[in-house]
Design a protein around this ligand. Structure first.
Ligand SMILES: Nc1ncnc2c1ncn2[C@@H]1O[C@H](COP(=O)(O)OP(=O)(O)O)[C@@H](O)[C@H]1O
Ligand SMILES: [Mg+2]
Length: 299
């Protein structure tokens, strides 16, 4: 099942294939043979998102320094790195929360440096946050409906279903949300205030809220932080299912290296705002610089 991504190698000339050959580290000694690294056998396509020499600083703090990075259609792209490495800042630059001082972002052929988060969302970029962005007093259903605000009056669904405006639009939005509720297996909690749910389920609802915007690119900021093993397995499966069933391209910040190895196609490694590794999971984890900066610490 591990058909490598070689069909797409024509795409990104700027992708520096990290110092290969310097592997043979103890870390990869114990598992799979050195065959093609792509863990899922997904077929990824053209580059849909790229960061080109992006730098972002807050006063004297350099959150990102000269970061170039790309994401291909249908890919699950992981971002790893120690706390404070600039991972969340990277997502914030992509979805318009911060404007980089240098460089630019190109999404589906459209370059920008400064764009309002709503505009980015309208282009099809969905997002979950490291700290949940849910309305705790509101029900699961209502929280997911907030994800539809963006789509109100967009009319695409209404046109498809051939119904009139206003209240009928509401029904159409509810149908989308109900489908997401079924998909995420949270039917039993539809009417429950989000704040009363266990943390793992709240994270799932946050994923649902992002899915309700029907993104073509989904940015997930530590969707499994604070979860136990079983919750992580569930979340990993949902992420894979979103990718498979909706065809959504996913950028994922995650600390659990097991999860990253299992579900991602390519991994970028940040350290102090700089990119120190970029490639398939197996390659990245045998990169000595990555091991000493990150993997060696607590993993
Ligand atoms: N809004 C902000 N104002 C000032 N400094 C910030 C802000 N956001 C992030 N930083 C700083 O930028 C660096 C990178 O942060 P962040 O992107 O949150 O890292 P990560 O998500 O990898 O933990 C850190 O030093 C952090 O303190
Ligand atoms: Mg962060």
């Amino acid at each position: 099942m591990t058909t490598s991504h070689s069909p797409t190698t024509a795409v990104p000339p700027e992708e520096p294939t990290a110092p290969a050959g310097v592997s043979a580290s103890e870390m990869e000694a114990n598992d799979q043979a050195a065959t093609a690294p792509a863990p899922r056998g997904r077929r990824t396509g053209d580059v849909v998102l790229s960061l080109e020499h992006v730098s972002l600083s807050f006063g004297g703090v350099k959150a990102l320094t000269d970061i170039s990075f790309d994401v291909r259609e249908h890919e699950i792209r992981a971002i790893i790195g120690p706390n404070g490495a600039g991972k969340s800042s990277m997502l914030n630059v992509i979805n318009g929360v911060y404007a980089p001082q240098k460089g630019r972002i190109v999404f589906r052929g459209r370059p920008f440096t400064k764009m309002h988060p709503h505009q980015v969302a309208r282009m099809g970029v969905g997002r979950t946050f490291q700290n949940l962005a849910l309305f705790k007093g509101m029900s699961v259903l209502d929280n997911l409906m907030t994800g539809r605000n963006l789509k109100m009056h967009s009319g695409i669904l209404a046109q498809m279903i051939r119904i009139g405006p206003a209240e009928h639009e509401e029904i159409a939005h509810r149908e989308v949300v109900e489908r997401i509720i079924d998909f995420l297996e949270i039917q039993a909690y539809r009417k429950t205030p989000v704040g009363r749910l266990p943390y793992g389920l709240q994270k799932r609802v946050d994923l649902g809220r992002a899915l309700a915007t029907e993104p073509s690119l989904l940015l997930l900021d530590e969707p499994m932080a604070g979860m136990n093993v079983e919750e992580k397995q569930d979340m990993s499966r949902f992420i894979l299912d979103v990718n498979d069933e909706f065809g959504t391209t996913i950028v994922l910040i995650e600390h659990d290296m097991g999860v990253v190895m299992d579900i991602s196609d390519r991994v970028v490694v940040l350290d102090y705002g700089r990119k120190i590794g970029d490639g398939p999971p197996d390659e990245v984890r045998s990169n000595p610089e990555v091991i000493s900066a990150y993997l060696g610490v607590g993993h």
